[in-house]
Ligand binder design. Structure first.
Ligand SMILES: [Zn+2]
Length: 153
């Protein structure tokens, strides 16, 4: 039996709060700090909701979740992150009912999450790690994954 690369405990410590998830996404999106998507200026101001950063130069508001699975979702990031963990642990075969109980959402929401995640997975030849030491692959969550990444990446 395969075990997820990231243990439950590790995942739990790493993504304990909404802020942890947000910071992680931010790190993936702007590894060298904020870059404005419109003018490439490198200084921005975080708005109070923290999901948006406003460019100090052209005032474009850049969302951390744009172009990701999480875009336009009202669901807290932490629930998404945990959904990814559970889906990955079950190799994608988890039921909507079980997922809904694990992350405390209704069945409909769980069904939607599964649909989105499976669609993203469908772009790959084989299911690759959503969790693990690399945690979340930015290519995956941005839906831009191409080719074989494999499990040894
Ligand atoms: Zn700008």
């Amino acid at each position: 039996m395969d075990t997820p690369e990231a243990s439950f405990l590790t995942w739990q410590q790493q993504f304990n709060t909404e802020q942890d998830c947000l910071n992680h996404l931010k790190q993936l999106k702007w590894p060298n700090g904020f870059v404005c998507p419109r003018c490439a200026h490198d200084k921005g101001t975080e708005l109070h909701c923290r999901q948006l950063t406003e460019c100090d130069h052209c005032h474009k508001q850049a969302s951390i979740t744009s172009n990701t699975l999480f875009h336009n979702s009202n669901l807290p990031l932490i629930k998404w992150f945990w959904a990814l963990y559970f889906i990955d642990s079950d190799k994608g075969s988890i039921s909507a009912l079980r997922l809904s109980k694990l992350i405390e959402v209704n069945w409909r929401t769980a069904q939607l999450i599964l649909k989105k995640v499976r669609a993203a997975m469908g772009n790959n030849d084989s299911l690759y790690r959503l969790s693990g030491t690399i945690v979340l692959d930015v290519a995956f969550i941005c839906g831009k994954h191409k080719g074989n990444r494999g499990r040894d990446a």
